[in-house]
Design a binder for this molecule. Structure first.
Ligand code: URA
Length: 232
């Protein structure tokens, strides 16, 4: 059967459909030895050999979904990146999985990983407005004015953030819930109101909570948890 190339890549568990489009456009995808750049390209699932960044793709038989408590100091990637520590090193599954979105190197906490490209696409699509909950620790008193600004939206370098749910957990601790996922968004929001971030941790993704999963450890999601995320 002929299917779109980005769908084929996503279904093989390599990455999300959106990421697949980026890879196609940047000349990293080959079909039967020929580099393709056209986003609308179709592949024959039975016959064509698709290679992405040097990896031969195969169809995924079993979809898996993981939640990792990412430690600080790890970059979110499924590829080797020079000598930097990367999240894929922490995953000991036979099936290759890729991260759903990103947590920056110095941020810890809940990171989803999967080989289901459609699921990743669903989670990351900006129209789905999934709430992500972060805990910020700082070193000075967080004023009410700062909380209000964060709630209403702040300028993070040419972009005004959407309304956020923000509450003070203690004098120097803050919970921020956002639905967007701009690069280093929480850090930039805090910087915009002069809050010095000492520690940043994601504790919840939609209704899925990190709970008592230890730093550096991961677990498979239960099927009801996957269903809940899909239905959000
Ligand atoms: N906001 C950040 O600043 N960093 C992350 O990793 C996620 C959200």
């Amino acid at each position: 059967m002929l299917i779109r190339l980005n769908k084929y890549i996503a279904e093989s568990g390599y990455c999300s459909r959106r990421k697949a489009d980026e890879l196609i456009e940047s000349g990293k995808v080959f079909i039967n030895g020929k580099c393709v750049f056209e986003l609308g390209t179709k592949v024959d699932e039975e016959k064509d050999k698709v290679v992405v960044e040097g990896n031969i793709l195969n169809k995924v038989n079993k979809k898996i979904y993981l939640m990792l408590n990412k430690p600080k100091g790890y970059i979110t990637t499924n590829k080797e990146q020079f000598s930097r520590k990367a999240t894929y090193e922490l995953i000991k599954e036979n099936d290759r999985v890729f991260p759903v979105g990103r947590l920056d190197k110095d941020t810890e906490g809940l990171l989803l990983l999967t080989n289901d490209g459609e699921f990743a696409n669903l989670m990351m699509h900006p129209s789905h407005l999934i709430e992500k909950t972060y805990i910020v620790e700082t070193d000075s008193l967080i004023t009410k004015e700062k909380l209000d600004s964060l709630r209403k939206g702040v300028d993070i370098g040419g972009y005004i953030t959407k309304e956020a749910k923000v509450r003070r957990l203690s004098k120097e601790k803050l919970e921020i819930i956002i639905t967007e996922g701009k690069n280093r968004q929480v850090r930039k929001m805090c910087k915009a109101v002069d809050i010095n971030v000492l520690n940043l941790k994601r504790v919840k993704y939609g209704n899925l909570e990190l709970g008592d999963l230890k730093c550096g450890e991961y677990r498979l999601l239960k099927s009801y948890e996957v269903k809940m995320l899909k239905n959000m």
